[in-house]
Design a protein around this ligand. Sequence first.
Ligand code: PFF
Length: 466
Amino acid sequence: MDKKRNSFSGSIGFVLAAAGSAVGLGNIWRFPYLAAKGGGGLFLVIYLVLALTFGYTLLTTEISIGRKIKKGPLSAYGELNKKSYWIGIFACLIPIMIMPYYCAIGGWVIKYFVGFLTGDGLNMAQDGYFTGFITSTGEPIIYTVIFLLICTFIILRGVNNGIEAMSRIMMPILLLLVIIIAFFSLTISYTDAEGVTRTGMEGLKIFIVPDFTGMTVQKFFSVLMDAMGQLFYSLSVAMGIMVAYGSYVRDEDNLGKSINQIEIFDTGIAVLAGIMIIPAVFAFQGREGMSASGPGLMFVSLPKVFAEMGAIGRFVGILFFAMVLFAAFTSAVSIMEAIVTSFMDQFHIKRATATITELGIALVVGVIVCLGYNKLYFELPLPNGSVAQVLDVLDYVSNNCLMPIVAISTCILIGWILKPQTIIDEVEKNGETMGRKKLYCVMIKFIAPILLLILLLKALGIVTFI
Ligand code: PFF
């Protein structure tokens, strides 16, 4: 019973959906911070070079595997090469681990969006508000479930009416919101209690102008690894998603062009997020404010920045959290789709059955993630030096251990076992020429696996000098 597989209605639908997956929380809460920490312009240049080489290679590989085999990640790797079926299992396990905690964070975003909408923003800027919220037992679970149910609804509607339709609406609005907030951020001028005036434009300089002070070879490598790690997570590779989305790309679509557009979208939004966040945080909190990233930046520092803005702060907060919500939804839906399409292909079940199964898994684990901050609280030291709760453990194992393993194995499979020509043939299937062909071969065989191995060893705490 080989039913005709769904496909995106055209390359714009595909590009928006894939960009929607790539543009997520990582672009907003980690990229600007890493850029400010890594010497501004220096980080940006390294990131762009890596995006055009390393990122391009991984993205092209996964999307091409998906389009060639036309199956979700769980089955696709085994069909490419029988002995590689285990990569598919890992590539399906990773989104299963990520989905519950991405929903928990998505739930926090809903809470803050609703809070700013209903005029509770000033309250949310108080010290201890965020900790109080996530350590409470009821509310975080309710918001997690709401976020998860909205994702489930979109996935149940299918590829065209669900994922593609959502991306076509949310992605242009997201882009517009980021541009509006970024412009606003650049116009800020703030005088603090000590009478020091700082402007958004000065903050922009920290982000854009390369800063080589104290630069050593070791520091350079550490910026390189930060940029590579960020790019790797940002493009949504090594987690089955791009194989899943690639499997919905029509054979007649131009893959090379779409891949370039996805990269431009993802990197563009990351840079705009930097222009949006760094000037505002710098103006209101100075350089010290820029040491926060992740939830600390989004749910603690930024609400304080919005509170400092006065009356307009509430409005900016609403726009900001709406934008983050769109970024989170389009990413979470892609994570869920990677799982659902895998279940459908592997077990020959209907979309509804696969979706409800994943809903059940995400619900149970999602509740455990929420309880990880109260009833199930523990402090687990990780090899990378941080102290983890349930959410961080899932994040660490999936992002830092399993994803590099999947990516390295994929490079070995394509570079050495099946040979790069397999991917080149897929890209060139309908007469287009693949642009960076030689580069692709060198990257997939040598450079990408080596860089990824260093990333893995660093995450495992084995390599400590960078
Ligand atoms: N690429 C998205 C982001 O940057 O947020 C989606 C994503 C990446 C989700 C990595 C989860 C993850 F672990």
